[in-house]
Each structure stands twice: as structure tokens, then as C-alpha cells.
Design a protein around this ligand. Structure first.
Ligand code: AMP
Ligand code: ZN
Length: 478
């Protein structure tokens, strides 16, 4: 299996630290709002990487954090007049709902930064003791980048260039730095902010130290894969390497994987989707129009290192593509049922069918070859489509049960590795519910109470409970 490693800028053969096991850490979102579909890209991509490893028989320990202490969370908390914790726990729950809709498996552990402060204090203490960090007058603790000779090895930057670049930018409040490229490990609290006691000052951790500590606690000093979006290469991951390797005295991650951006056309410019640019769609918004399986399928339709543009046309195309696969599986299930009901004994696959099965197996080989080549899901999906085509053109009411079963299981298995659920869900879109409620209101207005009741009954069958209130009709899922 080959993985493109940002550290070496080459595809390398995957060799685990421990045979049969994969330890991977994926940087998770900062929880101050609903996640947008750009944030969903690493979730879907690295969940698929995990699924492929599991398919190959590896035991995967998958850790992905929630950053639950951050300026943006504090700002939102102040706006709403609540504690930061109210904001972060609300959006962690919402994020987990989105992940479930996207069929992203829960991580083995989802640590939260605020629960891991002791580990951070300890790592900072070790870094100071080893001369890799220093407290400034105001209690801020900085990492001494000049003390770590490999600084820049991930982002392929040269420390001298970095230093001269940084020298141009003078940041107020950072006068205590020995060097402009030093970065914060611990910072003093400001009025109204959450804080913890420490030997240096009451304050809170810097963002980078969180991930170094959570990876160490849940996976150990050395891990196989560290992943995230490409915007994290510098400074976040570069700084994580410096902290972890300086503190632990061992190489941190063997492979560094980074997904490219999900972009969007904003006023004729293709730009990264981001909260700060305001050009985003939340996963929740998409779920109002599409089954989130469509979004997952869309994300996997491109290689994870290629930029991907989001557009209404492309998501529609993904919907149709996914539909083709689901229809093929449904046909196989129906054909299997009728073949099973046939009174005469099933003679097993005919020699013609056996030849087709060998052909199908070739597509599975192609699929695996694509996944082994740095998780090329685009080519893997192309192999799935070839299999779909073969099924559609060869399975009929005369096919043997053995043949139908073989094709169905193969197709289901290949979809499952991509996290695509082949069982068609009776998915109810919010817009459909709203439309039915509207129709019921109209029926009531027209005094057609029988129809109004019938609609209410239908909604109830769909698991939707209506409540007539003074402000109008409210609904909830049972
Ligand atoms: P954040 O909450 O901004 O720290 O982002 C969480 C994860 O989403 C990180 O791995 C980011 O690199 C990733 N990410 C954010 N925006 C995008 C985007 N437009 N395309 C792909 N990945 C993104
Ligand atoms: Zn991180």
C-alpha cells in the first residue's frame, strides 16, 4: 500500500510501527458553529482511509480531537452570554450528528482539549526542562524553534527564511519572544476567558500543544499516520512535530497525510471554502436538500490530494451516480429473492456465469489497486461503476442464485469500504415535511378535515409528530 507522505513529498510503501496495527491521529474541528462541508472533507477522506485499513485486516486506533478552547468559541460565548463550555458541547453534539449522517465512524477516542490540560502542563514542563521552551515575563511560554534542528522539515521551509519573514511582522504583545518564529505553548488569561492554573501564569494552552499531547496520551510517542487538511501543514503540524519530537526524543508520525481544499466559486473566483470568507455551506444545510450519502460520494469522487470544486451541478451528478449504484444493488436483491423462491433446485452458477464472476473479480482487483495507490477513490469508484454495468447487463430473472449472490456481495463490500450504505433509506427531507404540513393547513382552511387528518396520519407513519401551537404548526421527529 502506497501513501503520499508530505514529509518526504513522495509516495511510500506503508510499513506500520507494529504489524497489523495502525495508529492514526486526525486533527478535528474547532467547535463554535456547525461544521461546513470543507471541514467534512478530511472527516470523510480519513474515515475512508481507516475503513480501507480495516478491510485489509488492520486494527486501527483512530483518534480525532475537538478543539474546545479557542478565541472564536470565547467570542461566541460572550455574544450569547453563556460559558464557553455551553458553546463547545452544543457544537460537538451537532458535529457528531453530521458525522453520523455522513456515515463517518466515531473515532476510537474523541478527546477534548479542555479535558487534557494536565498532560499539556507536563509536556510544557518537559520542554522547558530540556531547553526547548521558556517562559516570558508575562507568563507566556514559548517554544524555542532555534533549539529544534529539524524545524521546517514538514513544510520544507528553512528556519533562516522563516525568521527573516517573521521579522517583517511585529506582533504586539509578543515582545517577550527570543525569536520571531517562536510560538506559544501557554498564554495568560484575559478578562472573562476560561483559564487554568499553571506554574507560569493562570491561562490557557496554545492550539498546537493540544494535539501533541492528545496524540501522545491516546496513541503513544510514535504514531503511524497524522492527518488533516493542507492548511494545517504550516504552522500547526510543523509545530506539533517540534513539540512532540523535542519532548519525547523520538520521531512523531511516520506518514503525514493532507487533503486538498474543497473550493467554491464566489463571484467568479474559485476560493477555499471557509468560515472567515463566508462562502460556505454547512453540512446541515446540504442535508436539507440531499441525503448526506450524496455528499460523501461527491467527496470521494476526486482524489483526496486534488482540489475539489463544489457546485450544484456536481452534487447533482453525484446524486445520479450514487442512484445508479443503489438501483443496481436493489435489482440484485430483488433478483435474489425471486431466484430463491423458484421451486426447482438451484443448480449453482453456469459456466457462462462463472466467466462473468471472474470478470467481476477483475474489477475488484482494479478497485484494490486504486486504493493501494494512495487511496485513489476516484479510480476505485470507476471500478465500482464497471461492476454495476456488468451486473445490469447480465443479471436477469433467469440468473442463478449463486451468481446473483456473488455479484451482490461483491458490490456491497466495495461500497462498504467507501462508507457508502447500499440499503436505500426512506429518507425524509425537511422540505418534504414542510410541504406536507402546508398541504394539511390548506385542507383545514378548505374545511376538508378528512384530508387534513389523513396527512397528519401519513406524517405520523413517517415518524413525524405535529403540534398545533399558537405560533403555528411545529413538528418533531419521534
Ligand atoms: P478548522 O475547524 O478550521 O480547524 O478545520 C478542521 C479541519 O477541516 C482541518 O483539517 C482543516 O484543514 C479542514 N478544512 C477546513 N476548511 C477546508 C476546506 N475548504 N477544504 C478542505 N479541508 C478544510
Ligand atoms: Zn492538530
Amino acid at each position: 500500500m502506497k501513501i503520499f507522505n508530505t514529509l518526504t513529498r513522495r509516495k511510500e510503501e506503508f510499513v506500520p510501527l507494529e504489524p497489523g496495527k495502525v495508529k492514526m491521529y486526525v486533527c478535528g474541528p474547532t467547535v463554535y458553529n456547525f461544521i461546513h462541508i470543507g471541514n467534512a472533507r478530511p472527516m470523510i477522506v480519513f474515515d475512508t482511509v481507516r475503513r480501507y485499513f480495516e478491510y485489509k485486516g488492520y486494527e486501527v486506533n483512530y483518534v480525532s480531537n475537538f478543539t474546545d478552547v479557542d478565541d472564536k468559541i470565547i467570542k461566541k460565548a460572550i455574544e450569547e452570554g453563556v460559558d464557553s463550555e455551553v458553546i463547545s458541547s452544543r457544537y460537538i453534539e451537532e458535529c457528531k450528528k453530521d458525522m453520523e449522517g455522513l456515515n463517518v465512524k466515531p473515532a476510537t477516542t474523541h478527546p477534548q482539549a479542555t479535558q487534557e490540560i494536565d498532560g499539556m502542563l507536563e509536556m510544557i514542563r518537559v520542554l522547558i526542562e530540556k531547553g526547548h521552551a521558556y517562559p516570558a515575563q508575562d507568563g507566556t511560554v514559548y517554544f524555542r524553534t532555534a533549539s529544534f534542528k529539524d524545524y521546517g522539515k514538514l513544510s520544507h521551509k528553512n528556519l533562516d527564511e522563516l525568521q527573516s519573514g517573521f521579522r517583517e511582522i511585529k506582533v504586539t504583545g509578543e515582545e517577550g519572544k527570543e525569536d520571531p518564529s517562536d510560538f506559544v505553548l501557554w498564554k495568560p488569561k484575559k478578562e472573562g476567558e476560561p483559564y487554568w492554573d499553571s506554574p507560569w501564569c493562570q491561562g490557557r494552552p496554545g492550539w498546537h500543544i493540544e494535539c501533541s499531547v492528545m496524540a501522545k496520551k491516546y496513541l503513544g510517542d510514535q504514531i503511524d499516520i497524522h492527518a488533516g487538511g493542507e492548511d494545517l501543514v504550516f504552522p500547526h503540524h510543523e509545530n506539533e512535530i517540534a513539540q512532540s519530537e523535542a519532548a519525547n526524543g523520538k520521531p512523531f508520525a511516520t506518514y503525514w497525510m493532507h487533503n486538498a481544499f474543497l473550493n467554491i466559486d464566489s463571484n467568479g473566483h474559485i476560493q477555499k471554502m471557509s468560515k472567515s470568507l463566508g462562502n460556505f455551506f454547512t453540512v446541515r444545510e446540504i442535508s436539507e436538500k440531499y441525503d448526506l450519502q450524496v455528499l460523501r460520494f461527491f467527496m470521494l469522487s476526486a482524489h483526496y490530494r486534488s482540489p475539489l470544486n463544489f457546485s450544484a451541478e456536481l452534487i447533482e451528478a453525484s446524486k445520479n451516480g450514487l442512484e445508479r449504484i443503489l438501483t443496481a444493488v436493489e435489482r440484485l436483491r430483488d433478483a435474489g429473492k425471486s431466484a430463491g423462491e423458484r421451486t426447482e433446485g438451484d443448480g449453482g452458477a453456469t459456466s457462462e456465469e462463472q466467466a462473468r464472476m471472474a470478470e467481476a473479480q477483475e474489477f475488484a482487483v482494479k478497485y484494490e489497486a486504486a486504493m493501494e495507490d494512495d487511496f485513489n477513490t476516484a479510480d476505485a469508484i470507476a471500478a465500482v461503476f464497471e461492476l454495476v454495468k456488468l451486473c445490469n447487463s447480465t443479471v436477469s430473472s433467469d440468473s442463478s442464485l449463486a451468481y446473483i449472490d456473488f455479484m451482490k456481495k461483491l458490490l456491497e463490500k466495495l461500497c462498504d469500504v467507501l462508507g457508502i450504505i447500499t440499503e436505500r433509506k426512506a429518507q425524509i427531507l425537511d422540505s418534504e415535511i414542510e410541504a406536507m404540513i402546508q398541504a394539511r393547513q390548506q385542507a383545514r382552511k378548505a374545511k376538508n378535515f378528512a384530508l387534513a387528518d389523513e396527512i397528519r396520519g401519513k406524517l405520523l407513519d413517517m415518524g413525524i409528530i405535529l403540534e398545533d401551537t399558537r405560533e403555528g404548526v411545529k413538528w418533531k421527529k419521534a
